[in-house]
Ligand binder design. Structure first.
Ligand code: FPP
Length: 237
């Protein structure tokens, strides 16, 4: 297969929105929308692999999502368990390496265990790095990095005068992962919703009206085509 198109993004991040509205339009319970959303995840991962995208970050569960009704949180955790058990082994065969970012210690213990074993089992794969944002909030991530820096400075291991943007980037959950080039949000909402605030400083943003369960390979290709037409200047002229 051919090498990655130089105009295509190395790292795509996606705010997968609209599962609930997709379900409501069809007269289905919200959990069916999330289940259909998991199918889009499978298709998008497969397409990223085909297109030689190197990193894909998916906003699967936000810090704010804990405030949803208990039954919906439970349904999302059940889907996560199922995804890790059934989909990750298939993805692993295709060379997907799993990572997770967020306050993972807030997840139910069995989810943490399943996550850790999926991460370990896929750790030597190299085709596509799939990063699941779980119990993730960008402000919380920056707070955690700031705390770490403060502790290191208080212990005398870090000179406050030496702190620069790299000192922060290397203490975020995404340390070592390049910033996203393209951020996609589905369902027409024009918001960032506390997702990767630091990392998307120069990302190109594509918003599509489609609900996440309707977002398929062709929609991903279309977003990448739009990205390829953009002129990225990074603040220069
Ligand atoms: C937003 O839709 C989506 C979520 C809160 C969760 C995303 C989860 C999935 C796509 C399925 C599971 C994925 C994995 C990786 C296991 P919404 O509920 O906010 O939709 P609405 O705005 O229309 O109500």
């Amino acid at each position: 297969m051919s090498e990655r198109n130089p105009h295509s993004p190395e790292h795509i991040a996606i705010i997968m929105d609209g599962n609930g509205r997709w379900a409501r339009e069809k007269g289905l319970p919200r959990r069916d929308g999330h289940r259909a959303g998991a199918e889009s995840v499978r298709e998008v991962v497969e397409t990223c692999k085909e297109l030689k995208i190197k990193f894909l970050t998916l906003f699967a569960f936000s810090s704010e999502n804990w405030s949803r009704p208990r039954t919906e949180v439970q349904a999302l955790m059940a889907l996560l368990r199922e995804f890790l058990k059934k989909k990750i082994p298939e993805m692993s065969k295709q060379g997907v390496r799993l990572h997770a970012i967020g306050r993972l210690h807030d997840l139910p213990e069995d989810c943490q265990e399943a996550l850790n074993s999926a991460i370990a089992e896929t750790s030597s794969n190299t085709a596509l790095d799939l990063i699941l944002a779980l119990s993730y909030g960008a402000r919380e991530e920056i707070v955690d990095a700031a705390r770490q820096i403060a502790c290191e400075a208080a212990a005398g291991h870090l000179d406050p005068e030496s702190i620069d943007s790299n000192s922060i980037a290397t203490r975020l959950y995404t340390a070592g992962i390049p910033d996203p080039d393209l951020l996609i949000r589905t369902s027409g909402e024009c918001r960032i919703s506390n997702f990767l605030l630091w990392q998307i400083s120069y990302a190109e943003i594509v918003i599509t009206d489609k609900f996440w369960p309707d977002f398929k390979a062709a929609d991903l290709r279309q977003a990448i085509d739009e990205y390829a037409r953009r002129n990225r200047r990074f603040g220069a002229i």
